[in-house]
Structures are given as structure tokens and as C-alpha cells.
Design a protein around this ligand. Structure first.
Ligand SMILES: [Zn+2]
Length: 152
């Protein structure tokens, strides 16, 4: 990776997809549409190449949720849990899997947070997922504000 420096700029307001933001070193970063309509872009802008919002990584395939187990060096380990039906015992089995995912520098997570990850092309030897956002903050609300239109 021929990347000179990793820059992260915190913004006052959450940008909308399509906006272009100028970094202090003169680089222009466009906030991309990642193709997941219920996820909002983060409140910061970075020049990470492997960022789904500001880089060149495309999200395709599955979108999963999980709890952060560990955070290290731009990567996270996420524990994903799901229910699997067993026809023999006629019961659900709780299954879990640890998934390594790339953490873009514009998203800050701690151990125990619930995050949304999306499948991408292989980014490293065992990483083919990227963190898209945190569970309560970056997800659009189920009941949005209703604006009434007054008729004349
Ligand atoms: Zn970013």
C-alpha cells in the first residue's frame, strides 16, 4: 500500500452520501453510497484505501451483525451468533463464529460494541469483511420523524 499518511478528520455534522470533503492536506474525499440504505455514513472522514465509505472497497455478499471481541491494528474480531434448526432434535442450536474484519480509521469501536459488517473482496489473508457502522448510532431509526404537510 503506497499510502503516505492516515488522516482522520472529525466532522461537526454527519455528512450525506455524495458530499465531497477536503482534508487538511488538500486531498478530496467523496462520501460514497455503499448500497445499504439503512446505514448512515460515519461522523468522520478518512483517507483509508480500504474504507467502504471513503475508499475503494465495495460491499457485496452478506451483511452480518456481531459483538466486538477484540480490537487491534485496524482490525477487529467479531463474534456472530445465529440460530440453526436441527431437524433431528426439532430444536434450535445456537451457533457462533469469530470473524476477522477490517476496521476503517473513521470508525471507532470498543470491545463489547455491536457492529454491522459487510462482505468484501479479500482484503488480507483471512479478512474479507469490513466494519460498516455501530448498531444503535449509525442505523436509521425504525420510526422516523413524521412531517405533516399542511394543505391550503
Ligand atoms: Zn472512512
Amino acid at each position: 500500500m503506497a499510502q503516505s499518511s492516515r488522516l482522520v478528520v472529525e466532522l461537526q455534522e454527519r455528512p450525506r452520501p455524495g458530499e465531497v470533503i477536503m482534508l487538511p492536506n488538500g486531498e478530496r474525499v467523496r462520501v460514497r453510497h455503499i448500497g445499504v440504505p439503512w446505514l448512515l455514513p460515519p461522523k468522520a472522514v478518512c483517507n483509508d484505501d480500504k474504507c467502504p465509505w471513503h475508499g475503494h472497497v465495495k460491499v457485496r455478499g452478506t451483511i452480518l451483525e456481531g459483538r466486538v471481541v477484540s480490537v487491534y491494528m485496524g482490525q477487529v474480531v467479531i463474534q456472530h451468533e445465529w440460530l440453526h434448526y436441527s431437524p433431528k432434535y426439532k430444536r434450535y442450536i445456537r451457533k457462533r463464529r469469530n470473524i476477522h474484519a477490517h476496521l476503517p480509521s473513521c470508525i471507532k469501536v470498543n470491545v463489547g460494541d455491536y457492529v454491522v459488517i459487510g462482505e468484501t473482496r479479500p482484503l488480507a489473508k483471512f479478512i474479507s469483511f469490513v466494519v460498516l457502522g455501530k448498531r444503535p448510532d449509525d442505523v436509521t431509526s425504525v420510526n422516523p420523524e413524521v412531517k405533516e404537510i399542511q394543505q391550503q
